[in-house]
Ligand binder design. Structure first.
Ligand code: MN
Length: 227
């Protein structure tokens, strides 16, 4: 860990090979009853760990990627050797997306975005309720597996929008700074909600850590690259 650059240190990511499974800030049962303990444990220990294992195996022989955060690797995916690019996109995207997802979750009860973030959401979507409705609709509309994000327009930090990706694609592939994400793969909800993705999306709002989301927006506006 001695050769981190200042920028990488400030980004609060883990640019060291092999990528470790990041610890959660809370116990597996802490999001009950909204997200159940078994889902959290399987999701973190099995699904996320598998993305990391596959990513580590794919980049094993590419030392130029061993000192970069996964976020930086995805931002420059076109520079990843072609023979492993698709694997890095999928497995590395899976690592980055889950790492992001765990960060924006917290135990309930539900809170609401305040301050600058609350104002930005109200400006973009007319109201917080309307934002939730649109986010929910995007999650339901997404066919198959993927993610729903709240992102910042990279050219105009005052503009927020909802964006979805398929599979494990990260918004970083499109240069979009993410503020919030929701995993809508079936493995994120099937044990508790079975095929009821709508119920899972409703439950999600009870466990969003809006303070973290607000800090991401503030960080982006301050010119940091941790998004
Ligand atoms: Mn997942």
């Amino acid at each position: 860990m001695t050769n981190l650059t200042l920028e990488q240190t400030a980004s609060n990511t883990a640019p060291v090979y092999p990528f470790p499974l990041p610890a959660l800030r809370f116990a597996y049962d802490a999001l009950e009853p909204f997200i159940d303990a078994e889902t959290m444990q399987v999701h973190h220990q099995l699904h996320h760990q598998t993305y990391i294992n596959n990513l580590n195996a794919a980049i094993k022989d590419y030392p130029q990627l061993h000192q970069m955060s996964i976020e930086d690797i995805l931002r420059q995916l076109d520079q990843v050797p072609e023979s492993i690019r698709a694997t890095v996109r999928n497995q590395g995207g899976g690592h980055a997306n889950h790492q992001f997802f765990w960060k924006i979750l917290k135990p309930g009860p539900a809170t609401t975005p305040e301050g600058v973030l609350g104002e930005a959401i109200a400006q973009a979507f007319e109201s917080f309720d309307n934002f939730k409705t649109q986010f929910h609709a995007a999650g339901l509309k997404l066919f198959g597996s993927g993610w729903v994000f709240l992102v910042v327009d990279p050219k105009d930090g005052s503009k927020l929008k909802i964006h979805t990706t398929a599979n494990q694609d990260s918004v970083l592939l499109e240069g979009l700074p993410g503020l919030l994400c929701c995993d809508v793969w079936e493995h994120a909800y099937y044990l508790k909600y079975h095929n009821r993705r709508a119920d899972y999306l409703e439950a999600f709002w009870h466990v969003v850590d809006w303070d973290v989301v607000a800090r991401r927006l503030e960080g982006f506006r301050a010119g940091k690259r941790q998004l």
